[in-house]
Design a protein around this ligand. Structure first.
Ligand code: ADP
Ligand code: MG
Length: 690
């Protein structure tokens, strides 16, 4: 017998039922045992009907004393049964399910479970039910205990699934290999697997259910963390990374020309990066810091380290506008050091691109800044030593690793302004080392954020004029319209045209959007930077990275359409200098509840970590990190946010096990080894052979 055996071996699963089970993704015995209940019903005690209250979820047991079938005035069919016990009567009602009547007859005994309403008699609308006659034989499974309720598909009944699962457990649990060594289970007080599987389906009480849950979630998390731990072990063991020099003249010169004093958080991050780069291990570090915390200069430091060691370095940014901004900033910053900086973006002329390719290949350019154009096939580096990826959350995993493959084993620094709560960091970025910049440069004035209705736009525009006359600048952002870049562009363009002719006819106003020609975009950004324009109407192309400290107003139209992290990023475009800054969120009536929660969150705090947590609470982890990008593992049972402590436990256990037995050679780790291998095969995770 084996977990991989087909469920058809189990009594009661014929070809028809097998097909139905397949719809639930159940093919093997293992699938069935790991098909977990959606919830439980406590049927150890039934409530006397006389004691149930409106709005309770209740389980009652009784006998059908009346049936009725009728149509409402609007033609809705209504099927109703009256169920009585010793204490009282309650009705159960089904709308538009005329077939229900064939399930019941007067005198049948049954159990009902559902939410109770009082209108004016006690009533359950579309309750779950089970007729007692149908399972009198094995009644211990379905009544008088805590009963599992599974997600179902049409024509498959709870009691059928329950029976089959029970049968499978009886027959197979002794064949389930338990990968966890006894010592570990003992230390962490984890149930044996067999027991956990039994109790997750048929718990004796809520304690046994939660211990079963704890054990099974631990398994899930543990396997995940084993993979991370092994990945890291193999990466470090190879020691084939680049050993960068740190104490040369170039870096000293760089420190002398810095335009400001680094914050202590920046210095700490720099130190961590320097240590990584100086070692023979491959650096794989995430630099996270809220918008405006000054990550760019930290990256610049790393770039210089690479150049002074005789290597090239590449910086990849998600938008052309940001790539150009970095290019201009770095060229200027490094000019006195005689370090050459090149640009590579998709919209360059073929000729310019060709030249750039040549320079990269021959090594005449030290640092290349670009968009994902950098990962195109024809691009070859002479000697790539460092890869920096800015605003990494905007890239897919694949794009990130492709750039890295352009070099021997370049060190890698990835940066993000989307701070994530700790547990998520432990899974999402588990094989990265993390540096965090928590402090903003000195002298920043907090941003005032307000939320106004469309009807207040006049005041908003007045306010902009006032700020502009005081020497400041403003952004007005128009959001994506139903994922249509074309519509977004049109809306932004129209708004620009109308503002230019009316409200701001005497101001200097400009427009920027993603579809403009490269030179036009460049000009718009330069004009804004050089204060030839006071007001910049923009689409979300300015969402990330843009750094113009004189801008003090950010107006976001249709704020209800933006996600929380996007709003936070946009707001991060202001408050970068020492002037008081204002973020004005304009929304239309009819924003959804979630939109209101998002906007409220933004108004109430400026702390990116708190916002990230709120975002997670509002949307859940799956949505926060779109599935394609994040590489967030699929979890059957565990919840990364709710089960944070277990994740930490699993992480500690996995990492310490790998430390003791990195190749999983010990006999008691053989099952873990097998599971990890299986997992890697099925997920197609790019990984060293274990
Ligand atoms: P982000 O972390 O969002 O990428 P940037 O690197 O763009 O932030 O920095 C934001 C602004 O803060 C820039 O104008 C930068 O010049 C400035 N800045 C960075 N570090 C410091 C510092 N230590 N002191 C003063 N200003 C700083
Ligand atoms: Mg940045």
């Amino acid at each position: 017998m084996h977990l991989k055996d087909s469920v058809q071996y189990i009594k009661g699963v014929g070809p028809a039922r097998f097909k139905l089970l397949n719809r639930l993704n159940i093919y093997t015995v293992g699938d069935l045992l790991y098909y977990f209940p959606r919830r439980y019903e406590d049927r150890r005690t039934f409530s006397p009907i006389a004691e149930v209250q409106a709005n309770d979820f209740a389980t009652v047991k009784g006998e059908i004393i009346n049936l009725s079938f009728r149509r409402s005035r609007r033609g809705l069919s209504i099927f109703e049964i009256a169920v009585g016990d010793e204490s009282g009567v309650l009705s159960a009602i089904w709308f538009n399910q005329p077939f229900m009547k064939k399930y019941f007859k007067i005198g049948d005994k049954l159990i009902l479970y559902g939410k109770v309403a009082r209108r004016p008699l006690l009533q359950m609308n579309t309750p779950d039910f089970e007729l007692i006659s149908e399972f009198e034989k094995d009644s211990s499974l379905h009544i008088g205990r805590i009963v599992p309720i599974y997600p179902l598909t049409a024509n498959l009944k709870q009691r059928y699934l329950r029976t089959v699962i029970d049968r499978t457990i009886q027959k197979f649990t002794s064949f389930i290999p338990d990968m966890l060594p006894y010592e570990l289970k003992k230390k962490l007080n984890l149930l044996p697997l067999t027991l956990a599987i039994r109790h997750i389906h048929f718990p004796n009480d809520s304690n046994s259910e939660s211990s079963a849950y704890r054990r099974l979630v631990f398994d899930e998390f543990f396997l995940l963390q084993m993979i991370f731990a092994l990945k890291r072990y193999w990466r470090n063991k190879r020691e084939l990374g680049i050993t960068h020099k740190t104490e040369e003249k170039l870096i000293k010169d760089f420190l002398k020309i810095l335009p400001f004093k680094l914050t202590s958080a920046q210095n700490k991050a720099i130190k961590e990066i320097e240590e990584d780069m100086a070692s023979s291990k491959e650096m794989n570090r995430l630099l996270q810091g809220d918008v405006g915390s000054g990550k760019t200069i930290v990256a610049a430091y790393a770039l210089i380290l690479s150049v002074q060691s005789g290597f090239q370095a590449a910086v990849m940014a998600p938008t052309e506008i940001l790539a150009e901004q970095h290019y201009l900033l770095l060229s200027k910053l490094f000019a006195p050091l005689d370090v050459s900086v090149g640009l590579l973006i998709g919209s360059m002329s073929p000729k310019a691109k060709l030249e750039a390719l040549e320079d990269i290949k021959s090594g005449t350019v030290d640092i290349v800044v670009g968009t994902h154009a950098l990962i195109e096939k024809e691009i070859e580096f002479k000697k790539l030593g460092l890869v920096v990826i800015d605003e990494q959350h905007k890239f897919g995993t694949l794009q990130r690793s492709s750039l890295r493959k352009k070099g021997g084993r370049p060190d890698c620094l990835i940066m993000t302004a989307t701070p994530i709560p700790r547990t998520l960091a432990m899974t999402l970025y588990a094989d990265l080392d993390i540096s965090t910049i928590k402090e903003l440069p000195k002298g920043r004035v907090p941003i005032s954020t307000v939320w106004v209705k469309e009807s207040a736009l006049k005041d908003v525009y007045n306010f902009i004029r006032q700020e502009v006359s005081g020497g400041r600048q403003a952004y007005i952002v128009y959001p994506l319209i139903e994922n249509s870049p074309r519509l977004e562009l049109r809306a932004a363009t129209e708004m620009y045209e109308s503002l230019r002719k009316s409200e701001f006819s005497t101001s200097r106003i400009g427009l920027i959007h993603g579809r403009m020609k490269r030179l036009e975009k460049e000009k718009a950004m330069q004009d804004f930077k050089n204060r030839k324009i006071d007001i910049l109407v923009a689409t979300t192309v300015i969402e990330v990275g843009i750094d113009i400290p004189n801008a003090s107003v950010m107006v976001i139209k249709h704020a209800e359409r933006f996600g929380l992290s996007q709003l936070h990023q946009l707001r991060g475009r202001i408050g970068r200098g020492s002037h008081p800054s204002y973020c004005i969120l304009v929304s239309q009536a009819g924003a959804t509840e979630k939109a209101k929660l998002r906007i409220d969150a933004l108004v109430n705090t400026q702390d990116g970590f708190r916002l990230a947590q709120e975002d997670l609470d509002i949307r859940g982890p799956g949505k926060v990190f779109g599935p394609a990008q994040h590489g967030l593992p699929e979890l059957k049972l565990g919840n990364i946010v709710k089960d944070m402590e277990l994740m930490e436990l699993a992480r500690d256990s996995a990492f310490s096990l790998v430390k003791r037995d990195p190749e999983l050679k010990s006999h008691q780790h053989s099952l873990i080894r097998e599971k990890v291998k299986e997992r890697l095969r099925s997920k197609n995770v790019e990984l060293i052979s274990v």
